[in-house]
Structures are given as C-alpha cells and as structure tokens.
Write a protein that binds this ligand. Structure first.
Ligand code: COA
Length: 261
C-alpha cells in the first residue's frame, strides 16, 4: 500500500518505515498517526518482514513532536483526551507488534517523536540527535506515553528532570543516561540500523516475538509473575521446529536456518 506520510522500503527480511513530512519536521498530526498505524499493521501481517526500522525523512529531524497548530484547535478536555489516546495507541501498537522495532533517530527528536521512540525496542541515534520532551514549554505535559515510559526507562528522577525542564539533550548525554542504546556518525545511521535489524531478522521469529512479549509484560508485573510468564514462553518455544533447528545446528557445527515454525 502507499501512504501520504509514510514510505515503506523492504530489503530482504527488513522493512524500513520512514515518517515523511519533512517540510514540518515530521510533526505528528492525526493523518501522520493514521498512516504510521496502517503501515505497522501492513508490516505486522507480512510474514516476510522479520524486523522493522522506523526513521524520519529529511535532514533536520526524526520528528519535532506533535503538530503545534493542531494543539491550538483542541476545543475541550475530552477532545484532548482523545488526541492523546490516539497517539498512545500507536505506541502500544509498536510494543505489541510481534517483531523487533528499531528506531533510527537523527536531528530533532522531540515530544511525540521521542515518545514514539520510547515504545520501540532499540534506539539508535545519529551523533547530531537532540532529544527532549518540551511539552512543559507549551503549557502541557507529555500525552503520548512519555510520562509513563520515560520513568520506566530512566528512573523517576531523570525523567522528571527532562520533563519538568523541557530541555533538550544531545546524543552523547542520551547514551550516558540510557535513553538510546547506540550513537553513530550521522552518515552511518541507516547502515547501522540495518546491520542490527538484519541480525535480529536472522533469529527465529517465534523466539523473537516471545522474547519481546515476555520482557514487555514482565516489566509490568511483580518478579514472580514475570518469572511465570517467562517459563510459559520458554515452554512453548521448546516445542518449536526452530528450537530443534537451532540446537541441531549448534551440535552439528553449522549455521542455523530458522523457518518460524
Ligand atoms: N508542529 C508544527 N510545525 C512544526 C513543528 C511542530 N511541532 N516543529 C516544526 N514545525 C514547522 C515549523 O513551523 C516550520 O514550518 P514553516 O516552514 O511552515 O514555518 C518548519 O516546521 C521548520 O521548522 P523551524 O522552526 O523553521 O526549524 P528550526 O530549525 O528553526 O527549529 C525546532 C527547529 C525543532 C527547534 C523548532 O521547530 C521547534 O521548536 N519545534 C517545536 C518543538 C516542540 O515544541 N515540539 C513538541 C510539541 S508537543
């Protein structure tokens, strides 16, 4: 399918979803959200796609947040709640997608852009990335999951520091505090994202889906419940052809070929 605000590129088992509204620094409005959501559904249902990269078009920004013009149009609290819920829904969609999602960040990565990135599995940043949640500067608070995911990733103190000040930090600081997993020179961003994505795409898609789900679910429950969730996932994977293939390949000293069965 083709979309107004999203480009999709497929390369072997890796798909790249590029948010494409560069003239507005990829600012997120309901149409952008709808296109990202539809594209994610398309990639979820495509068995040939084993790993997904999300990137932003243009040189200046991954995404400069929610469309500020749109925020001016909100007429009532329920409208604001619905707007927030739509943005949150796409972040949940990323988390529930049974495939790894790598986000490739560059330039301004602000507000909803950072909130989208927080829902992705692995964050790789170019060395020119500037990250922040500037909502407080606009008289609002994060509404796309940032107030909930940032403390879970960074801890309460650092999350409050970033949200309360609304300050941007650079990629090195983001790496230091654990907001991104890797920083690379801007010219190498997509190569690095594809390198990691290909590595993940070569694993068993079943094991990958289970690993993602048990980590995400486990983070929401107490340790004993998390351990039970882990055991159930492990037990199911032990019965797959991919498990037999992976273990046989090790014993026969050859490379494994997983079929997702
Ligand atoms: N919503 C709507 N439009 C936005 C936008 C946003 N969040 N961010 C940038 N744009 C638009 C600008 O209005 C401008 O459009 P124009 O050319 O029609 O005037 C275009 O994108 C380019 O942005 P510009 O501000 O000229 O670029 P810059 O390099 O001078 O500054 C930023 C870049 C990111 C510092 C600045 O655009 C900014 O502060 N954006 C808002 C960030 C924000 O608060 N986001 C959180 C929203 S909750």
């Amino acid at each position: 399918m083709s979309y107004r605000y999203v480009l999709i590129d497929r390369d072997d088992n890796v798909a790249t979803l590029t948010i494409n509204r560069p003239e507005k620094l990829n600012a997120m409005n309901p149409e952008v959200v709808a296109d990202i959501s539809a594209a994610l559904d398309e990639l979820r249902d495509d068995d040939a796609v084993h790993a997904i990269i999300i990137a932003g078009a243009g040189e200046k920004a991954f995404m400069a947040g929610a469309d500020i013009g749109m925020l001016m149009d909100v007429q009532s609290p329920p409208e604001g709640v619905a707007l927030s819920r739509r943005g949150q829904a796409v972040t949940l969609q990323i988390e529930k997608l049974p495939k790894p999602v790598i986000v490739a960040l560059h330039g301004y990565t602000l507000g909803g852009g950072l909130e989208l990135a927080l829902a992705c599995d692995i964050r790789i940043a170019a060395d020119n990335t500037m990250l922040g949640l500037p909502e407080m500067n606009l008289g609002i608070a994060p509404g796309c999951g940032g107030s909930q995911r940032l403390p879970r990733i960074l801890g309460k103190g650092m999350a409050k520091f970033l949200i309360f000040t609304g300050d941007m930090i650079d990629s090195e600081e983001a790496l230091r505090i654990g907001l991104v997993e890797k920083v690379v020179p801007v010219g190498e961003l997509m190569d690095e994202a594809k390198f990691v994505a290909r590595k993940l795409a070569a694993k068993s898609p079943l094991a990958m889906a289970v690993a993602k789900e048990i980590i995400n679910l486990g983070m929401q429950v107490d340790l004993e419940s998390g351990l039970a969730i882990e055991s159930l996932g492990f037990g199911v994977l032990c019965m797959t052809e991919d498990c037999k293939e992976g273990c046989s390949a090790f014993l026969e000293k050859r490379k494994s070929t997983f079929k997702g069965r």
